[in-house]
Design a binder for this molecule. Sequence first.
Ligand SMILES: *Cc1c(COP(=O)(O)O)cnc(C)c1O
Length: 422
Amino acid sequence: MPATGKPCTAADLEPVFCKELIRQELDNDTAQFEIPREIRDFYRMFRPSPLVRAYFLEKALGTPAKIYYKFEGNNTSGSHKLNSAVAQAYYAKAQGLKGVTTETGAGQWGTALSMACAFFGLDCKVFMVKCSYEQKPFRREVMRTYGAEVTPSPSMTTEIGKLINAEHPGTTGSLGCAISEAVETAVKNPGYRYVLGSVLNQVLLHQSIIGLEAHAAFEKLGERPDVIIGCAGGGSNLGGLIAPFMGEKLRGERDYRIVAVEPSSCPSFTRGKYAYDYCDTGRICPLAKMYTIGADYIPSPSHAGGLRFHGMSSTLSELYDQKLMEAVSVKQTDVFAAAVQFARVEGILPAPESSHAIRAAIDEALKCKAEGREETILFGLTGTGYFDLTAYQAFNDGRMEDREPTDEDIRLSLEKLPKVKE
Ligand SMILES: *Cc1c(COP(=O)(O)O)cnc(C)c1O
């Protein structure tokens, strides 16, 4: 805990999080959790999600590699976030809560949570990072259509929001700051808890449905991936996609290469430090040991997509630290070039976040071509990009910029890591 430096307990977390979700978060022993029937019934609306062989992309690249993608964009929220949203809303309702609060960056999580809350009859308060709120008015409208209340962050409705606005006038906001506002609102309103769409162990657990389905589909096909690639913001889709494969790897049954892809404008794995850090700018959440570029880090406003969290899932951080996983960072203009190439041959208009994985999958397939090597590549196509057309427009107009932090930016941000004895 930030105040005491002691490991947090279920009791510490109860004012903030739902009980069952805390149990899942702190459970280090249960290998598999039964998915409640209500959640499975909801999943039937859009799952199993398709595992697609990208024949047209393979042909366009002239690669001997086989490319598969697991497509999570076939639902109104347009991303994998709905997998965890419905689980979290279900457990909140089961606990008898009135509503939940959350933050949203690019907007997919807020949309997914609004859908899940509408289904289970829960109130939903969303703090949306200000620059996304302004760039994506239609996301906000989808959330409101599903009954959510959406506030741009930093707002003047919370103490922490007022403080951040005073310290950084005109700030476009960050996920860390929206998290602080959502937590404060949950704690101050009886019958409300805070829910988070990524980073936490419980979210990776809910997202493991992606990997379980992909694994079963590969078994049916009699194939298996050699390389598994996913974009990494907080790490939930990648953690979910690799779950059963990583299990086999850890048990020594099979080997896979696993690659996390992150934006060069928010490079927590590739340029960050493995250390305890705050999860939110307001420093009220528990600390986590993770790869981080510092809780105060705010990516350049020219950065279009999500994947803007300063840290990374602690589960994935440990796997990366133990060299069980690799990471690469990619520039956003290269990401959009891959998105356009993919859209033109495979039909799907990908989300910018997902396109990080597309970029890395294309690069891997081209490497196979150069080396005359056959290989099976699986990547996570986490969502669609219909709400990201401002970014596509900037790319199509040739106005998109690549802004990376300097070493000095990162050094300054990491200087503010909390001092923790391990
Ligand atoms: C949120 C999001 C991501 C990144 O989050 P992770 O927790 O790292 O999976 C990636 N793609 C899409 C479409 C998203 O909405």
